[in-house]
Write a protein that binds this ligand. Structure first.
Ligand code: ACM
Ligand code: ZN
Length: 750
């Protein structure tokens, strides 16, 4: 990519008048009309009209400095226009110059972001742009790993480049308290340093690094960041996560907990059972005193007060909490426990306090449990369901579903090439594909969707380089969801703008992920039962492939249209570019008697794990260790029950289920499999029936096959039922609390 930016620089020097009309702005403007001709802005004179505020004049002049040149012609004129909406802007480019209009700083700033990306040559055009959503957020967790204010400011710069306007700063958690509170000095003296940090994935590791990790922001530093963000049009919303995720505060002030401690900051990840004790009045005194200082530092209308992942086990046995429950007359009902209502009491009381000071609360979607505080805005993170329900109840919503916007999830399929991550799989295309208005919402309900946000939790992110890798270019995809009207989105156009966007990242010194430059594939089964693989490359680079699992070279077969798979093979495909090192695409295919055949799903897999259902069960593609990738189809409720139409009478003598075991992620073996066959699809004869014990705690995780053999039989239809380990085995730490899954990549019939 370095070379690419060099190329861009050369273009700046030479391309004026060359007639190229690339327009790679992200997020793409909502209205743009192109005209003939172009304007070279390098060396243009910047003019600012009367009525412009000083901040707008300054950014206009700063932009002018970035395009200075000796022999420039023409002008870029900035004009205040009070008829233009807040955040909107207009750019008119003619051959002799450009005019930029907005009604205030934000509009001018966004116009400048657009022009930064249009460099080096502006096509003559009229851009009339404004955002779809008013709330365009990005979150950063500085509790799991601390990042200093310079890193945070650069994070905000990245937001501005993508026209985002709200920075959600997650400042406190079980592993560290990062904000100075003068009334409670131990919060940072004690609560900002943990003894050490777990090494490796917390599901598997028991090893710690022995190195203390700490850091916090002084109030002066916080104010400096808030001011810096404001100067760029970004509002900072602080999060003080309560009443759960409070172990750092409990460690500093053990009297805040139900048991009184002693407590110790966590050195690993997960959910702590120790939380604030809402039975004691002094706990509310603490919360209010902290929030007083927080409000002093943060002028934002909204304060995020968490509310997520608060186990109730301490409250259930705490005399103070139980007395409070009694005093308030809280009682369990069919929907919630008394303790859930106690949490609702906490959130409502905190809301009342903040409302009295002219502020409003945001909370994670758990705040729905036990009833929402009257004015609360819900940040929907466990998928979209919480957001949909909150909108139904007439509450404002910020959609931040983990399935689309948890940027701590892996962005590549092959985990061996990714930095250690919490899990999940969130490729760029998935980030791009999100539509915040769920089909089940009425138009009235959609009005409550304030906007969209992505979150970066930093359990495994320790450096700025890694941090930028996790967000770039996925926030570019997010920015189009936040900014662009649904009909303006176009993944292919977006992907093709990534050369320029990544060139810009490169020039700004940002680290970014390069998966977007790898070959993409699309596997389809046809009505005739063929399996076809379509390949695509960013930039239209020629694709070379092999089918024997060897690394492709430019001497390999040149791709010229969908590849039909007819025998067992390992497809590898790649492009060859000077500017970026790509990673070859790899897919292993197994051909068998059900290969390419239609599958009827008699029960449905879990909605998160059925991207390629049902054809993925017979497309021949074998799964890889990343169970979140689209190779896998996962059931966790009903047993697997599918019928495969072999499309002809065929002799069969075995069925093999390709599965993946991952016990910490609740992926288990089938507990029973039955195979039945039929010649008419109506009456089935059972040919095999096997039961299996639970895999034990020490059985290895990974890919595993379950094969059933039977006497050869003629069949047109074959029905496979498999019992999932819905109830986890008694030795499992989540026994009784989570349900088990059965994941299949393929049903091989031989
Ligand atoms: C969350 O991820 N606990 C909001
Ligand atoms: Zn208590």
């Amino acid at each position: 990519m370095k070379k690419l930016y060099l190329l861009l620089t050369i273009l700046v020097l030479s391309a004026c008048g060359a007639g190229s009309h690339k327009f790679n702005v992200v997020p793409y403007p909502n209205e743009v009309e192109f005209h003939n001709g172009e304007f070279c802005p390098i060396g243009a004179t910047i003019k600012c009209g009367p009525d412009m505020d000083s901040a707008s004049v300054k950014i206009a002049e700063d932009f002018g400095a970035t395009i200075s040149g000796s022999d420039g012609k023409g002008t870029i004129e900035f004009l205040h226009d009070s008829d233009i909406k807040d955040e909107a802007y207009v750019i008119e480019v003619k051959r002799n110059g450009a005019v930029v209009k907005a009604s205030g700083f934000k509009g001018f700033n966004y116009a400048i972001q657009t022009m930064r990306q249009m460099l080096p040559v502006f096509p003559c055009c009229t851009i009339n742009d404004s955002p779809r959503f008013a709330y365009r957020g990005l979150h950063l967790d500085v509790a799991r790993h601390f990042f200093d204010t310079d890193v945070v400011k650069r994070y905000i710069d990245i937001m501005v480049l993508h026209k985002m306007n709200t920075f959600h700063w997650h400042l406190t958690d079980d592993q560290g308290w990062r904000i100075e509170i003068k009334a409670y000095p131990r919060l940072t003296e004690v609560g900002s340093v943990r003894k050490q940090t777990i090494v490796g994935h917390y599901h598997k590791s028991k090893e710690y690094d022995g190195v203390p990790h700490g850091g916090y922001y002084t109030q002066e530093q916080i104010r400096d960041v808030v001011e810096y963000a404001a100067s760029k049009g970004v509002t900072v919303i602080p999060e003080i996560d309560l009443p759960g995720h409070m172990l750092a505060a409990l460690t500093a002030y053990p009297e805040l907990g139900c048991t009184g401690g002693p407590y110790e900051l966590w050195c690993t990840w997960g959910i702590s059972d120790d939380v604030l004790c809402p039975g004691k009045e002094s706990t509310f005194e603490f919360i209010e005193n902290v929030l007083d200082e927080v409000m002093d530092m943060f002028p934002s209308e909204y304060i995020h007060v968490g509310g997520d992942e608060c186990p109730k086990v301490r409250w259930e046995v705490c005399p103070h909490c139980q007395a409070r429950i009694k005093e308030l007359g809280l009682a369990a009902d069919a929907k919630h426990s008394a303790e859930h209502y106690l949490q609702s009491y906490v959130m409502t009381r905190v809301e009342k306090y903040l409302n009295a000071h002219g502020r409003r609360i945001i909370g994670w979607d758990e705040i729905l449990e036990g009833g929402l505080a009257p004015d609360a805005t819900v940040m929907s993170w466990r998928g979209e369901a919480g957001g949909i329900e909150a909108a139904r109840q007439g509450h404002n919503v910020i959609m931040s579903p983990n399935t689309y916007y948890y940027l701590d999830y892996c962005q590549g399929r092959d985990l061996e090439f990714e930095p250690l991550a919490i899990g999940g799989y969130l490729p760029l295309e998935k980030c791009y594909s999100y539509e915040p208005y769920a089909p089940s919402m009425t138009p009235e309900q959609t009005k409550y969707i304030l906007g969209v946000q992505a979150n970066l939790w930093t359990e495994y992110v320790k450096t700025e380089e890694h941090l930028q890798y996790m967000i770039l270019p996925r926030v570019a995809a997010l920015s189009e969801v936040q900014w662009c009207n649904a009909d303006r989105k176009d993944y292919r156009r977006f992907v093709e703008s990534m050369d320029e966007m990544c060139g810009l990242y490169e020039s700004l010194g940002y680290n970014y992920a390069k998966h977007v430059f790898n070959v993409r594939c699309n596997i389809q089964t046809t009505e005739e039962g063929k399996v076809l693989v379509g390949l695509e490359s960013q930039g239209g680079y020629p694709i070379y492939y092999t089918l024997d699992g060897t690394q492709p070279t430019q001497a390999s077969t040149l791709y010229d249209g969908p590849i039909e798979i007819t025998q067992d093979c390992v497809l590898m495909a790649d492009v060859f570019r000077d500017d970026v090192a790509t990673r070859p695409l790899k897919r292993e295919f197994n051909v068998h008697k059900a290969f390419g055949c239609p599958v009827e799903m008699n029960t449905q897999p879990h909605r998160r794990y059925r991207t390629n259902a049902p054809f993925g069960l017979t497309d021949g593609v074998r799964g890889i260790e990343n169970h979140n990738c689209e190779d896998w189809i996962g059931w966790n409720g009903d047993p697997v029950d599918v019928t495969i139409d072999l499309m002809d009478q065929k002799e069969c003598s075995s069925v093999t289920l390709g599965t993946i075991l991952n016990k910490p992620s609740y992926l288990f073996n089938p507990l029973a499999i039955t195979v039945s066959v039929s010649s008419d699809g109506e009456s089935f004869n059972e040919v095999s029936n096997v039961t299996y014990p639970y895999e034990g705690p020490n059985d290895p995780d990974g890919l595993k096959e379950y094969k059933l053999e039977f006497a050869p039989v003629q069949a047109r239809y074959i029905k496979i039922c498999a019992q999932t380990a819905r109830e986890l085995p008694s030795w499992h730490v989540k026994h009784g609390r989570r349900v088990g899954y059965l994941f299949l990549d393929e049903i091989l019939v031989k």
